[in-house]
Design a protein around this ligand. Structure first.
Ligand SMILES: NC(=O)c1ccc[n+]([C@@H]2O[C@H](COP(=O)([O-])OP(=O)(O)OC[C@H]3O[C@@H](n4cnc5c(N)ncnc54)[C@H](O)[C@@H]3O)[C@@H](O)[C@H]2O)c1
Ligand SMILES: CC(C)[C@H](C(=O)O)[C@@H](O)C(=O)O
Ligand SMILES: [Mg+2]
Length: 358
């Protein structure tokens, strides 16, 4: 039996998590694996209810379960709160830190049916299978923040960016291990021409490479990487990078697959894994049954694979997604001429049905 803490959060979060839970139930029926879910307030909705975006009870529940499935947090309603009460900084970042999920796997895989839905030409993305390994619990996100008013009335802010050798080594090992199991190619992305933190990043990653003589390591500056991702993404297999670069590059990589609504993630590093789509709360489409639930459904597949060691069940989910896309079902963000547009609820339902029949 596996215990999953659900944190639907804000905006489209509850819609996409409900879809993913439906698919989880289908996995249970199809495979006999037992999943127990319990839901907790988290993010802006938790702030409204309890005065804090990360209630103590929610954190306890997360730490006591086997894995966490998160929708998304944040939105304009909470943007003007003091920084530490905002859902992103007051809930999401501390949750990642408390869970110790220092490695965030963000796969960018193109489903064959969507090769023409990409921003890039079919031949550039066809067969794309890229893994971004993003450091998730360090860097500028977790540095100190300081704001002061200057005598001339202007404002000065300071944010600090820290990394230690240990923090870089552990995430590098995750990326090297993955690269070893995949094509044997790893690209580490930094800004070592400017940032001291990136110089350390490069030194440490190069050092870890000594333990992996079978993996071919290269380094790339982040600005070049952003360009190469839209020029010829298939040159990459595993990309390893620090927290903020990974945030930006993974949103960019998502578009290669057709939509940000397609990209799942797995936060790994300790006992309890954190699974979340890479997208946000999408306030512009929230509550309209328009959100693509596939990123969250594929996050469930990652949970089955990485937290529960149920690779066959993970494959069932991925195949059901591929099958439904092959049949022509599309949410608005991946809609193509001649295809059948459905909402969040119907897309999740179709995936569940297909999974049970497989
Ligand atoms: N993990 C998280 O909780 C998370 C991640 C990113 C952003 N955010 C927060 O979400 C809020 C909105 O941020 P944003 O607008 O910059 O980014 P966003 O990812 O929420 O949305 C960007 C664009 O992508 C679209 N989109 C996102 N997910 C989609 C889906 N599943 N299906 C279809 N379309 C989808 C949105 O409609 C929007 O046009 C902010 O408060 C931000 O801080 C939270
Ligand atoms: C909301 C924000 C803190 C978060 C991040 O930058 O990590 C999001 O953009 C993501 O990609 O998960
Ligand atoms: Mg992001």
């Amino acid at each position: 039996m596996y215990t999953i803490t659900l944190l639907p959060g804000d905006g489209i979060g509850p819609e996409v998590v409900a879809g993913a839970v439906q698919v989880l139930q289908a996995v249970q029926e199809r495979t006999g694996a037992q999943f127990v879910t319990r839901e907790a307030p988290f993010g802006g909705c938790a702030y409204d209810k309890t005065g804090t975006p990360l209630p103590e009870e929610t954190l306890k529940l997360c730490l006591a379960g086997d894995a966490v499935l998160l929708g998304a947090v944040g939105g304009p309603k909470w943007d003007s709160l003091p920084v530490h009460q905002r859902p992103e900084v007051g809930a999401l970042l501390p949750l990642r830190k408390h869970l110790g999920v220092f490695a965030n796997l963000r796969p960018s895989v193109i489903f064959p049916a969507l090769a023409d839905a990409s921003t890039l030409k079919r031949e550039v993305v066809d067969g794309l299978d890229l893994m971004v390994v993003r450091e998730l619990t360090g860097g500028i996100y977790f540095g100190s923040k300081h704001r002061e008013t200057l005598p001339d009335g202007g404002v000065k802010v300071v944010e600090t960016l820290e990394y230690t050798t240990g923090e870089i080594e552990r995430v590098a090992r995750v990326a090297f291990d993955l690269a070893r199991k995949r094509s044997g190619k790893l690209t580490s992305v930094d800004k070592a021409n400017v940032l001291e933190s990136s110089r350390l990043w490069r030194e440490v990653v190069s050092g870890v490479a000594g333990e992996y003589p079978d993996v071919e390591l290269s380094h790339m500056l982040v600005d070049n990487c952003a360009m190469q991702l839209v020029r010829y993404p298939k040159q990459f297999d595993v990309l390893l990078t620090e927290n903020m670069f990974g945030d930006i590059l993974s949103d960019q990589a998502s578009q290669l697959t057709g939509s940000i609504g397609m990209l799942p993630s797995a936060g790994l590093g300790s006992k309890v894994g954190l699974y979340e789509p890479i997208h946000g709360s999408a306030p512009d489409i929230a509550g309209q049954n328009l959100a693509n639930p596939i990123a969250t459904i594929l996050s469930v597949a990652m949970m089955l694979r990485y937290s529960f060691d149920l690779p066959e069940a993970a494959e069932l989910v991925e195949k059901a997604v591929a099958g439904v896309l092959d049949e022509g079902y599309r949410t608005a963000d991946i809609m193509q001429p001649g295809m059948r547009q459905v909402g969040t609820v119907e897309m999740a339902k179709q995936i569940g049905v297909r999974l049970k029949l497989s």
